[in-house]
Design a protein around this ligand. Sequence first.
Ligand code: MG
Length: 338
Amino acid sequence: MKLSVQPMTLNLKTTFRVSHGASDQRHNVLVVIEHNGLVGYGEAAAVFYYGDTQESLSAYINALPPLGEDPFLLEEVLNSLPPGPHAAQAAVDIALHDLWGKMLGQPLYRLFGLKPAPLHQTSFTIGIDTPEVMAQRVKESNYPVIKVKLGPDDAEATVAAIRQATNARLRVDANAAWTPEQALELITRLSQYHLELIEQPLPAGDVESYLWLRGQLRARGVPTPIFVDESVKTSHDVAAYAGAVDGVVVKLMKTGGLREALRTIHTARANGMKIMLSCMIESSVGVTAAAHLAPLCDHLDLDGPLLIGNDPFSGIRYDGANLFLPEGPGLGVLPISK
Ligand code: MG
């Protein structure tokens, strides 16, 4: 198998601000694995809060030892990858799965034993701005499911303005921006706006605070489910949060690919937790790969290709918030010729 990597820089349609920072471009990489005349595609997203860059991801992939000559030995090949960025490992995992499907002539969802339709609707993400601008974007987007990024300031004013602008289902992502006391007061007040769920209100790694928060919210009769994203990267992190939160957010760039994403999903289920399948800012390569697992999940947050203006691939198709998996073998993604 011949492995190569190239930069894939994605332009955001509007500046994307979350509580960790803001950006206009994302510097991802495309991984290509060629084998017996077939080509497998994979993608790694360089997420700045994990310390990854286009250069560090490329360097990791360029330094990998040969992957061998059998793409069906997924477990062996993936387990032999040296420690490194999970996003880069995900790109290799995704490209191998693409090859696997192409060699068998079947789309991935069929190889996973899954029914491709109907899928849950995806949310559309609104980055942090003033409450007025965010409400305006919600109105213009006209999506039935909205995910709102919130920081420590203006949280209630923002949700109030957005709720006034739309009847959409609303999810909130605080990206670890709140203290436990802040979170308790905010989530209590925000519950009047009928939120579907709140993602990562507290910093990662603070299981005790999540347990406390859940106890306090229950005592107050606040029903809003709490999901963790930054707190849970792989299946190994799930059990610690059982009983402390309602669900986990699964992303291929955190798990290191489809294989470990499946394990994370099943571990969360076994611990009685719900699953939201999500993505970083990724092209149709990474997001289509994730979407093949969508039938296993309760909520979808797969809007990456909707946020970028120069997607180099076709794959997953959107009709508003409705998602359709491609029919082609493997991922079913195709390069868009320029
Ligand atoms: Mg999140």
